[in-house]
Design a protein around this ligand. Structure first.
Ligand code: NAD
Length: 363
């Protein structure tokens, strides 16, 4: 099966938008503040398009467009498969972090506001809660605010809990039991999510090995969780049962896939498969159970959804726990369809959107 995953940033804007099947793409420009931003609204069948704003020094506008299209489509699938009534959106601000200021952010907030709630923004790379406060001054369509402002606060603990649930489900599939006691787990990246995940794994008695870009962070985590710290590249060669990518995307690629000795891959990083059409089936051929990234790292989005709907953190955790069942369903579906888990997860998300879309058409 070929997924709708375009990779050509060179196609025309309309060609790309058509290929990704976006509803709307908004270019925001302001001469006074120097704001250049793109808001991608992928799909709002299930609800308003929610997704963070990323500030990045893109080399070209085409690269920025490609990123926003890819990321917003991912949000559609993440929300849909998690049973949330949210669509998928994302925004990118093209620029350097040193040029970020109150006026630029508030101008961006006004563009968000002009969409009347069709797009709800939140934090992403290079954006802080302080930045969200500026955007909030111009629009109420912001989520993921600090708890002091009535928001849901740091999503990382909830993301880690969902990742842990997804890992247990994948372990059940691979080993016949979801117990992680004695299982050897390699955690790549011990930042916000990685650290909370290590807490769960330690509590369950897993045998841990880890790495981080910052050596001192890796050693601190190793001593705190009774784990072994290894070098950045060594993580792929570890004799482990489970590999948990919690740092970067695209770590499952032509260079690493043959080195992995694990039977399960389950981590929080986005876009773990460098090429889902190639590496998804390859993992199946190698007998490795892959827990789809956008499914098992949805806890953070579920947490933000709780904020919007006025639910509690406990409510978000209860919803996040269901990632265990959803993961098992997707892994079974992949087997039944003779496909791979990432493709099955995307199809499941698309099926929910199509089904709910029919309900709405009769309203
Ligand atoms: P973070 O920045 O707190 O942690 C990432 C860690 O990875 C850092 O400690 C960093 O030093 C390390 N790292 C960077 N490059 C590395 C490399 N090459 N090898 C090993 N370690 C490396 O980020 P986070 O919030 O913990 O998120 C982790 C991943 O999960 C990211 O990919 C993020 O997009 C994804 N994610 C996070 C959330 C959330 O709620 N925070 C939600 C969904 C997805």
């Amino acid at each position: 099966m070929v997924l709708d995953a375009p990779t050509q940033a060179s196609a025309s804007i309309f060609e790309q938008v058509a290929e990704f099947q976006h509803e709307q793409v908004v270019y925001c420009h302001d001469h006074e503040t120097g704001l250049k931003a793109i808001i991608g609204i992928h799909n709002t069948v299930l609800g308003p398009a929610l997704g963070g704003t990323r500030l990045w020094h893109y080399a070209t506008e085409a690269e920025a467009l490609h990123d926003v299209l890819r990321l917003s489509r991912g949000m559609t699938y993440k929300a849909a498969i998690s049973g949330l009534n949210l669509g998928g959106g994302k925004a990118v601000i093209i620029g350097d972090i040193k040029n970020k200021n109150e006026a630029l952010l508030r101008k961006f907030g006004r563009f968000v506001n002009n969409l009347n709630g069709k797009y709800i923004t939140a934090e992403d790379v290079n954006m802080t809660t302080k930045d969200m406060e500026y955007i909030r001054m111009e629009t109420k369509h912001v989520a993921g605010l600090p708890e002091s402002m009535g928001g849901s606060g740091d999503p990382s603990p909830v993301t880690a809990f969902g990742t842990y649930m997804g890992m247990k489900a994948a372990a059940k599939k691979a080993f016949g039991s979801d117990s992680l006691a004695g299982k050897r787990v390699a955690v790549q990246g011990v930042g916000h999510v990685g650290t909370y995940l290590l807490e769960y794994l330690q509590k369950e008695g897993a045998d841990l090995v880890l790495t981080d870009y910052y050596e001192e962070r890796a050693y601190a985590a190793a001593s705190r969780f009774g784990a072994r710290a290894v070098g950045l590249d060594e993580i792929y060669d570890q004799d482990v049962d489970i590999y948990a990518p919690c740092a970067l995307g695209a770590t499952i690629n032509d260079d690493t896939i043959g080195r992995l000795k694990c039977r399960v891959i389950a981590g929080s990083a986005n876009n773990q498969l460098e090429n889902e059409n190639e590496h998804g089936p390859e993992l199946v051929r190698r007998g490795i159970v892959y827990a789809p990234d956008f499914l098992i790292n949805a806890g953070g989005l579920i947490n933000v959804y709780a904020e919007i709907t006025g639910s509690s953190r406990e409510g978000a955790l209860t919803q996040t726990e269901k990632i265990y069942d959803y993961t098992l369903q997707v892994l079974d579906k992949a087997e039944q369809e003779n496909s791979h888990p990432q493709a099955a997860a995307i199809r499941q998300a698309q099926e929910r959107i199509a089904a709910v879309g029919k309900v709405k058409s009769t309203y």
